[in-house]
Design a protein around this ligand. Structure first.
Ligand SMILES: NC(=O)c1ccc[n+]([C@@H]2O[C@H](COP(=O)([O-])OP(=O)(O)OC[C@H]3O[C@@H](n4cnc5c(N)ncnc54)[C@H](O)[C@@H]3O)[C@@H](O)[C@H]2O)c1
Length: 356
C-alpha cells in the first residue's frame, strides 16, 4: 500500500512533535511544513520541504493530507482552504473556537468530499487508558464517582495561550482533552447536567483554573479539575500532578501520574459493624477516619495497558485505507465543544446547566 503523503501547517511545539513521530512511521510520508513565521521553518529536518506559504503547501499536488498545527484561531480558515483544494484534513484540537465555526467546517468538508478528523491522541495516554480499563472491566462494581485532575505547580502559561483572540486558556488547551476522555470513557451515557467553576486566577484574559462536575444518566458523577497556579516548592523532578480516582461499591482505584502508578483497593468484608477504633488527631478523636482493623484493606495491581500516541496515526492509516473507522469522529468533537460552551455558561452564571 502506498504511503499517505502528509504536509503540516505550523512548525511550533506540536509541529515539531508531529515531525519527530511521522518521519519515523511506516505508511506515512511527511512531505514538509509551512509556517506564517519563516523563522519557525529554519530547523525543519533535512529532506523535508519548507513551503513558502500555506497556499503553496495546500496546492502541492503530492500532498494528500493537510495536518493543521497552527494556533486555535487559525483552524477554521485553514480547514476551509485545504478542503476547497480537495485535501483530506487532520486538525489539531480544539477543532474549532465555537460550534458555529465547526458547523461551517463540516459543511465545507462534506461539500468537498474530503476526510476530516481531529488529533485527540490523548485517548491513548497510559494514565487514561489504565483508568478506562479499570472502568470497563466493572471490577469496582457500581461506579459512582470518577475524578480526573491535573495541577501545575509553577504558575506557568505561555505564548499565545494567554490571549483570548488566539484561542488561549486552559479549557481550550487541556480542558478539551480531559473532557473528551471522560465522554469517550462512557460513550453510551448521556450527560444530564453540569456545574462549573472557571476562573482567571492570575491571567488577565484567559481561564487558568476550572472545576467541572458532571452528572450522567448512568448515575455517575465525574469531576474534572485543572489548576495552573497550584504552587508548591516541594517538587524536585516534576512540576505537575496528574490523578484519577474511580470509586465503586466493590472497591476504588487510584491512578497517579502520566506513567501511571496506583492500585485497586478493596475491603475484606463490610466494615460498618467493626468495633469503632478511636484515633486521636490534633483536631480531636475520630472513628470513621481512623485506621482499619488489621488485614481489612486489600490491594490489587492496576491492569497493564499497552498504548502510545503512535496508535492515533496507526488508526488514521487504517481508516484512511478503509480498513476501520476513524477513532475520532467529528460529532464527538462537537459534543465536547458544546460541553465547553455549557461549562462557560455555568461558570458565568454560577448555576448548574441541563445538558442532554
Ligand atoms: N494534541 C495535543 O496534545 C496538542 C498539544 C499542544 C498543542 N496542540 C494544538 O496544536 C496547535 C498548535 O499549538 P502549539 O502549542 O504547537 O503552538 P505554537 O505556537 O508552538 O506553534 C504554532 C505555530 O503555528 C504557526 N502559525 C500560526 N498561524 C499560522 C498560519 N495562519 N499559518 C501558518 N502557520 C501559522 C506559528 O507561527 C507557530 O510556529 C494548537 O491548536 C494547539 O491547541 C495540541
Amino acid at each position: 500500500m502506498e504511503d499517505i503523503r502528509i504536509a503540516i501547517i505550523g512548525h511550533g511545539f506540536m509541529g515539531h512533535e508531529h515531525e519527530k513521530m511521522l518521519t519515523k512511521m511506516d505508511g506515512i510520508k511527511l512531505l514538509g511544513f509551512s509556517d506564517i513565521d519563516p523563522r519557525q521553518l529554519e530547523d525543519v529536518q533535512e529532506g523535508l520541504r519548507r513551503y513558502s506559504s500555506n497556499e503553496e503547501l495546500i496546492n502541492d499536488p503530492e500532498v494528500q493530507v493537510v495536518l493543521i498545527a497552527a494556533n486555535n484561531n487559525q483552524h477554521h480558515d485553514l480547514v476551509l482552504q485545504a478542503a476547497r483544494a480537495g485535501k483530506d484534513i487532520i486538525c489539531e484540537k480544539p477543532v474549532a473556537m465555537s460550534l458555529e465555526e465547526l458547523d461551517d467546517m463540516v459543511r465545507v468538508t462534506e461539500e468537498c468530499g474530503v476526510k476530516f478528523t481531529v488529533h485527540h491522541q490523548r485517548r491513548f495516554d497510559p494514565d487514561f487508558r489504565t483508568a478506562k480499563e479499570v472502568f470497563d472491566s466493572k471490577t469496582l462494581g457500581d461506579v459512582f464517582t470518577i475524578k480526573s485532575s491535573l495541577y501545575g505547580f509553577n504558575g506557568n502559561m505561555h505564548d499565545w495561550h494567554v490571549y483570548i483572540a488566539e484561542g488561549g486558556g486552559m479549557l481550550y488547551d487541556w480542558g478539551v482533552h480531559l473532557l473528551d476522555q471522560i465522554l469517550w470513557m462512557m460513550p453510551g451515557a448521556k450527560l444530564k447536567s453540569l456545574y462549573a467553576d472557571i476562573r482567571n486566577v492570575i491571567n488577565f484574559e484567559v481561564d487558568d483554573y476550572f472545576k467541572i462536575m458532571m452528572r450522567f444518566d448512568n448515575n455517575i458523577t465525574a469531576e474534572v479539575e485543572l489548576g495552573t497556579y497550584y504552587l508548591t516548592d516541594k517538587m524536585h523532578d516534576k512540576w505537575f500532578e496528574r490523578h484519577w480516582f474511580i470509586g465503586g461499591n466493590k472497591g476504588s482505584a487510584y491512578v497517579d501520574g502520566f506513567e501511571p502508578e496506583g492500585k485497586i483497593v478493596r475491603t475484606a468484608g463490610l466494615l460498618q459493624n467493626v468495633g469503632g477504633q478511636r484515633t486521636m488527631t490534633a483536631a480531636g478523636p475520630t472513628r470513621s477516619f481512623g485506621p482499619p482493623p488489621e488485614g481489612k484493606i486489600l490491594t490489587e495491581e492496576l491492569p497493564q495497558v499497552n498504548t502510545c500516541h503512535e496508535n492515533y496515526f496507526e488508526n488514521y492509516m487504517k481508516a484512511y485505507h478503509g480498513e476501520e473507522e476513524f477513532l475520532v469522529k467529528i460529532p464527538e468533537t462537537r459534543r465536547v465543544l458544546a460541553l465547553m460552551d455549557a461549562v462557560r455558561e455555568s461558570g458565568r452564571t454560577g448555576k448548574s446547566i441541563d445538558f442532554e
